[in-house]
Design a protein. Structure first.
Lengths: 321, 306
């Protein structure tokens, strides 16, 4: 049964991806004939849709993994402070006008910021030879407050115009998506999804408790560490691809649980697909609604996603991680 | 000052007449109107006598106008954005445009605080007035409003003649700017399509209601973003490609190497006529501020359009 639903989900996601490539402020026919249409299709829309798909997949999957390893239904990829660290270092790059790697500078800085922050959270969450869910969570929250405060501090003392623009980047911008970003984004997101899906059985056990996982033959601390690494890679790659997009990481895993149940082996890939599809639709709407003006995709994500989630919440009576 | 008060009275009157249902409210309104009328007569007579000794400016364009009126020495406080002329940087700072510090402004004991409706919060003006600090709020937002705005400021600050001279000079400058003359002499059959980039990543351009839009219209160009919904829209790159601008102008953000950070967007717009034909101009920041430098900005613009 759930295999069938999974196939449906894959088909729907593919359909949405195709739609978002050919629809937009204007419809471009798949048989694009004019030079302008070809240019728009290949240089603007395809990379943009792929970036949206990758970001959404990374956020959905890492949300599902994180809610499991932290045993907390409110966990999302941004709660560990990884995104705040990424935003802070990206903002430093934008405000400082750094361009040493060309258009790659800001995404690269964001990714490094994410990895460094992930490392710090990991060290803080490490005690007696392993990562502890509560410690990780609290370290993440603490660090995220610190970095947000530093970001606000930079905002309030800087007089630069660049600052307001840095904010625009941080709040999610897919318009600068370009081909060179796809390979590394694809690599990190796929590594993350594969790594976490192969550890999905262990994640199922971890959700039920460390003793339980241990009795099933898993090393809880080691498994949690591997899963944590996969979350760090995916979240970092996602923030560096296009800034922060809320909602997906927190609520897509819950929506997918409503459909497919809590088995992580299904839930992780399903959350990835659901997240990717939702961000593609949101971006499609954000660029087609009021052209030539573009709206922030993150806003649309929550506006279409949240009511649907609330509707599901009302209909179902069993909730679980 | 007078205009604000008149507006305020007007607002009160409108509220006063259609709903004659609350006598106390009416009495209060009448009282306020009376107080305001008295206030106007006293404040005007006080202001015309001699230019205020201590002026605080809450907007970079107002700072520039004050310097151009020869009141630079009377300025005792500016915003952190006021970086022109060079001396303005040395004045004490009172915070930003949207978030000035009330304490900093009041502690400077200003005779008058010069503000603008284009960037300063209305509530701040109300707070200042409630603390009995004199304010002048400039209503000018568009290019065509500037000369009149300067004249009104001159009246409020008691430097009427100087203000009239400056306003005349700017009005003449706008009328006579070389580019406009050329454009009027031989209006191009199809206006040049212009995209004025304010920030390259993400792409933000100058849209309707901006001085830049006015200046482009003045020079008979076509601002491609003129139909967008906001003043500084985040612009669709694919629409920019479709609209095929003939000229791309890139504004200056302070402290930024615009050429370096524009490489990416120019690569993405590589197929539009402007980039193909090398009609990409890096501009100054003159047109971002509705002040004495707009004439220079218009000249820069027409230079780029040649």
């Amino acid at each position: 049964m759930s295999q069938v639903r999974m196939l449906v989900l894959i088909a729907v996601t593919l359909l949405i991806v195709l739609c978002s490539v050919f629809l937009g402020p204007r419809i471009v026919s798949p048989m694009a004939t004019t030079d302008i249409d070809k240019e728009i299709l290949f240089s603007i829309r395809l990379p943009r849709v792929l970036v949206a798909l990758l970001m959404g997949m990374a956020l959905g999957a890492s949300g599902a993994v994180l809610q499991g390893i932290l045993r907390n239904p409110l966990a999302d990829p941004y709660i560990l402070g990884i995104s705040s660290g990424a935003s802070l270092s990206a903002a430093l790059g934008i405000i400082g006008g750094l361009t040493f790697l060309g258009t790659f500078t800001v995404p690269m800085l964001a990714f490094c910021g994410a990895l460094v922050t992930g490392g710090i959270v990991g060290v803080m969450g490490w005690k007696r030879g392993g990562l502890w869910p509560d410690r990780l969570l609290l370290a993440g929250v603490g660090l995220s407050f610190l970095f947000s405060a530093l970001l606000m501090l930079m905002m309030s003392i800087s007089t630069d115009e660049g600052l307001r623009r840095a904010m625009l980047w941080i709040f999610g911008d897919l318009s600068m998506s370009e081909w060179p970003r796809i390979p590394y984004g694809l690599a990190f997101v796929m590594i993350g999804i594969l790594l976490s899906t192969t550890r999905a059985k262990a994640l199922n056990a971890l959700i039920l408790g460390d003793e339980f996982a241990h009795s099933l033959g898993f090393a809880p601390r080691r498994e949690r560490f591997i899963l944590f690494i996969s979350v760090g890679l995916m979240t970092g790659a996602s923030v560096s691809l296009g800034g922060m997009i809320g909602f997906i990481g927190l609520l897509i895993p819950h929506i997918m649980r409503f459909f497919l149940g809590s088995d992580s082996r299904m839930l992780i890939p399903a959350s990835a697909l659901g997240g990717g599809a939702l961000l593609c639709i949101a971006d499609l709407i954000s660029r087609s609604l009021l052209p030539p003006l573009e709206l922030p995709a993150g806003v649309i994500t929550a506006i279409i996603g949240a009511p649907y989630f609330l509707y599901l919440l009302r209909r179902k009576d069993v909730l679980s991680i | 000052m007078k205009k604000i008060l008149t507006l305020f009275i007007h607002d009160r009157l409108i509220r006063f007449y259609p709903r004659p249902d609350n006598v106390i409210e009416h009495m209060k309104n009448l009282f306020i109107i009376a107080a305001l009328v008295l206030g106007i007569s006293t404040s005007i007579s006080a202001e015309i006598a001699s230019p205020p000794k201590r002026i605080v400016s809450l907007a970079p364009n107002m700072t520039e106008i004050l310097y151009a009126l020869g009141l630079g020495d009377n300025i005792v406080g500016v915003t952190s954005f006021c970086d022109y002329p060079e001396e303005a940087k040395k004045k004490p700072k009172i915070g930003g445009m949207s978030d000035p510090s009330l304490e900093a402004v009041v502690s400077l004991k200003p005779d008058i605080v010069v503000m603008t409706t284009d960037g300063n919060p209305k509530e701040f003006e109300e707070r200042l007035r409630s603390l009995e600090v004199h304010t002048y709020v400039s209503q000018a937002r568009r290019l065509a409003d500037l000369p009149r705005g300067i004249r009104e400021l001159g009246v409020a600050l008691g430097v009427r003649e100087r203000a009239d001279a400056l306003a005349d000079k700017i009005a003449a400058g706008i009328r006579n700017s070389a580019g406009q003359k050329a454009a009027l002499a031989s209006p191009p059959s199809t206006p040049k399509k212009i995209l004025f980039i304010v920030w390259p990543e993400p792409l933000i351009v100058a849209g309707p209601g901006t001085v830049i839009n006015d200046a482009i219209a003045l020079l008979r160009g076509e601002n491609l973003a003129a139909t967008a919904k906001t003043q500084y829209p985040k612009y669709s790159i694919e629409e920019a490609i479709r609209q095929a601008p003939d000229v791309i102008m890139i504004g200056k953000a302070s402290g930024m190497d615009m050429q370096a950070i524009s490489n990416g967007i120019l690569q993405r717009l590589a197929t539009v006529p402007a980039v193909k034909n090398g009609k990409v101009c890096f501009m100054g920041d003159s047109l971002y501020r509705l002040g004495p430098r707009v004439v220079k900005g218009i000249e820069e613009l027409s230079e780029c359009l040649k």
